[in-house]
Design a protein around this ligand. Sequence first.
Ligand code: PRP
Length: 206
Amino acid sequence: MYRELHHPLIESLVNTLRDTAIDAFIFRHTIKELTKLLLYEALNTDLLTLKKIVTWDGEKEYGYIDEDTVVVVSVLRAALPMHEAVIDTLHRAVSGFLGIKRDEATHKSVLYYDRVGDCRGKKVILVDPMVATGGSLCDAIEVLKAKNARSICTLNIIASPEGITKIQSLYPDVEMIIAKVDEKLNGDMFIIPGLGDAGDRAYNTL
Ligand code: PRP
């Protein structure tokens, strides 16, 4: 299933990213702000784990997100600001990284780096700002399923309808939390209206 967040703040932050006048710092900052809001939504149905703590009024039991069972995986490199935002909130989560690059001529994604441990029993939060054809996310999901992830939830800033359809038809159990579903893909498989190349814009690469 997928959920697009409809909120004026989300809309405004996504539209900030569309503006080519913003610099890399503001681009990364805006991605992080959006990621916090996506994470808030992604954790909406999580059950809290009870833990005994010592409060000013003695020992008590309260509920907490079970961060120890969370693995945050980012698709390099555009997802790095999203990754930072998630682990700033879930300090105890384990991190994993997948290098996946879309071939510019064929538009097919290529996995070139895998630094994700075994995910058995873990809830994986998979972050990538853009879902165009969906190929990169599919590759990432395949890797995570092979590593026995208990559940997979993706956080995405923008996604094309084509990419969402592909992922949902292949992996109906994967939950996608998306800030904005854009209009379409163009002939070069770029998202329209889109943001441009998020990796380049986040890090001023040429
Ligand atoms: C971008 C983006 C996604 C992918 C989406 O990464 O961050 O990972 O493209 O395209 P797809 O849905 O058609 O696979 P890119 O390949 O540009 O790598 P980069 O982050 O290293 O620039």
